[in-house]
Ligand binder design. Structure first.
Ligand SMILES: C[S@@+](CC[C@H](N)C(=O)[O-])C[C@H]1O[C@@H](n2cnc3c(N)ncnc32)[C@H](O)[C@@H]1O
Length: 290
């Protein structure tokens, strides 16, 4: 990689070559994001000023960031942020990287919850970075929400994001584990809307996921047990007590899991609708009404 007096364009080229050699798609695009982050400048600024010599600090920062990405650490962890629903979320290896597919849940909530200004009570089980709960609190300005997670580090990240997004006063973040008896009673329900994106990967399939996911994202956020459905059973088992009559559940499903998840909520006394499809055409969000 270039060092000493290198222009931004030369640094960009070198970083893109290193990322390509590591088998990363969109290497030039990612290299530009890393360089912008390293230099503390915008991507637009880089395009206009590529011929200028970069400060030594930016050269060194880029070297460190590129080395992390070459080891397949997800871009979101390397730059510490990921956009979700047009909002910036801080992320760290303590939380799942927010996925575009999960934006389908926000679309469903906006379509199914009548009245943007109603004081809805929302609970998010497995809140992680807070991308679901905090986006909903932004979209429903009078709603209040509870986010539960078994990871203390995830709750800290969600709290940071809640403050940064200006919804901290309407969000409570609660340490809780749906594997433990009595978890649901501590949430202060019932709620008008229950949302969740639980861990849904079958334990045996985790090591076969792409390295960015398998080696870097938290196991607690991925591992759905032997058949991938352990968390859904726990959540469906308490859902009737957590959701008001007429209230909604919107729960994310892994590919092919929607029929089984629908059955779990149907058995729990909910009316289950057609799943919402994500942009890839996969049945992603199971909607259920109490
Ligand atoms: C797939 S991630 C989803 C995070 C976030 N809601 C999102 O959509 O990006 C699942 C989350 O559930 C949490 N979790 C896993 N097992 C849990 C349990 N037994 N009790 C509570 N939270 C749990 C994980 O820590 C993780 O934050």
């Amino acid at each position: 990689m270039a060092s000493g007096l290198a222009t931004y364009d030369a640094l960009l080229r070198d970083a893109a070559v290193a990322l390509t050699a590591a088998g990363i798609d969109n290497a030039r695009f990612e290299a530009r994001l890393l360089l912008a982050h390293a230099g503390g400048v915008s991507v637009e600024w880089l395009i206009a000023h590529g011929g200028e010599v970069a400060p030594v600090a930016a050269v060194e920062a880029l070297r460190a960031l590129t080395a992390r990405r070459v080891r397949r650490e997800p871009m979101a962890y390397v730059v510490g942020e990921r956009e979700f629903w047009g909002l910036p979320f801080k992320v760290s290896p303590a939380v799942l990287v927010p996925r575009p597919d999960s934006e389908t849940l926000i679309e469903a909530a906006l379509a199914l919850m009548p009245g943007r200004t109603k004081p809805w009570r929302i609970v998010d089980l497995g809140v992680g970075s807070g991308c679901l709960l905090l986006t909903l609190l932004r979209e429903f300005p009078n709603a209040r929400g509870v986010g539960m997670d078994a990871s203390a580090a995830a709750l800290t990240m969600a709290a940071t994001n809640a403050e940064a997004l200006g919804v901290g006063a309407r969000a409570s973040l609660v340490d809780g584990d749906w594997r433990q008896p009595g978890w649901a009673e501590r949430l202060g329900g019932p709620f008008d809307l229950l949302v969740a994106n639980p861990p849904y990967v079958e334990t045996a399939a985790i090591d076969g996921l792409m390295p960015d996911v398998a080696q870097f994202e938290p196991r607690l956020a991925l591992d759905g047990g032997g058949d991938g459905l352990a968390a859904y059973r726990a959540i469906a088992g308490e859902a009737a007590g957590l959701v008001v009559p007429g209230g909604r559940v919107l729960i994310e499903a892994g590919e092919g899991q929607a029929p089984e998840i629908s059955r779990l909520f149907s058995d729990a006394g909910f009316g289950v609708g057609m799943p919402w499809r994500d942009l890839g055409g996969i049945d992603r969000i199971v909607p259920a009404t109490h």
